[in-house]
Design a protein around this ligand. Sequence first.
Ligand code: AMP
Ligand code: GLY
Length: 417
Amino acid sequence: MRVLLLGGGGREHALALGLVADPAVEALIAAPGNPGIADVAELRQTDLTDPAAVAALAVEAAADLVVIGPEAPLVAGVADAVRAKGIPVFGPSAEAARLEGSKAFAKDVMTAAGVPTARAYTCADPGSVAKALDEFGPPYVVKNDGLAAGKGVVVTDDRATAERHARDCGRVVIEEYLAGPEVSLFVVTDGEAAVPLLPAQDFKRVGDGDSGPNTGGMGAYAPLPWAPPGLVDEVMRDVVHPTLAEMRRRGTPFAGLLYVGLAITAGGPRVIEFNARFGDPETQVVLALLETPLAGLLHAAATGTLAAHPPLRWREGAAVTVVVAAENYPAAPRTGDVITGADRPGVIHAGTVRRAADGALLSAGGRVLCGTATGPTLAAARDAAYALVDGIGLAGSHHRTDIAAGAVDGRITVPTS
Ligand code: AMP
Ligand code: GLY
């Protein structure tokens, strides 16, 4: 199988490693890729949000499968254009990707499907914003209605900050605050059959102890030792299957990766958000534990044959990833600094480039690298991931020191009513 992978972040580096480990994959082509992906794939350049250009690349590359990493190409209709060429693609249509592209659309689908989620109002003027904030009270949750790469959400006790974010965004979804630990559950689906991957936990805030602003994600671990038994079955029954059925009913079936972001509240799991793609950095830990060949699984989802796919196999133990971020991330990350110590297995590239002159590795984005490791226990995986991070040299960089610490120490609990 020849596979074309779109994207160039940490998630795509993890996907690339998974794809080339599948014996069925004879060639991996990646656009644009990154210096880590370059070790296992042939890199190409194209405009990822230009459906015709990507479809042409898929044809030229003689791809048997196209895997779309980031959300922007999905929302732009890249999957539709590739599918129109008769090439199987792992990623939903533009219509179905609205589950991620519009928070208001996602709420509408959840309401129609009876999916448990926070009560919410879509607001576009200061009067309705004030009314919604009054009704729910602090902490206030204000979400940009458009695509914001996981960074359009403000959760704050400060009324003025909440009102300012609403004004800056124009159209927002304001919702009830959900108290409880968060879970990212990835579900591979062909629109009808659906296969859950291991649940993972992401760390969204930039600082230790969940302090500071939201980011794209500062680290992750899987599986979740504290998760209530039956959690995944419950989410498949109450969230995933009703959502997929509602998307089919609307004539826009969702096929690809349904990312269910949940809060485990006293009342049970509640959906915080849907995404239409793998999460970053949760993918790094989930795929590190997947033993089933990845390309075969994604190809089955892309060709409507997932029901016939054998059950997934997982490695024993746990995986942890820790993001090394550039100075000043998430505000205005500094780039162009030399990175050392990245040449070790388990170092996943996100925002890196090679300097043409001498091949030196430079920082080129906010989230620069991740140290990803597995181990027989969560504690062992955590130590190994931090050992990788401690070996990275990058001026001004920062990382959280508490990724997976609460889970290792048994400090994560689901609230009881
Ligand atoms: P989202 O982009 O919708 O995932 O939101 C980003 C982050 O904001 C989530 O991972 C949560 O940490 C937080 N968040 C979003 N919605 C809520 C909510 N209703 N209650 C509590 N926290 C939330
Ligand atoms: N890690 C969160 C996301 O990918 O949106």
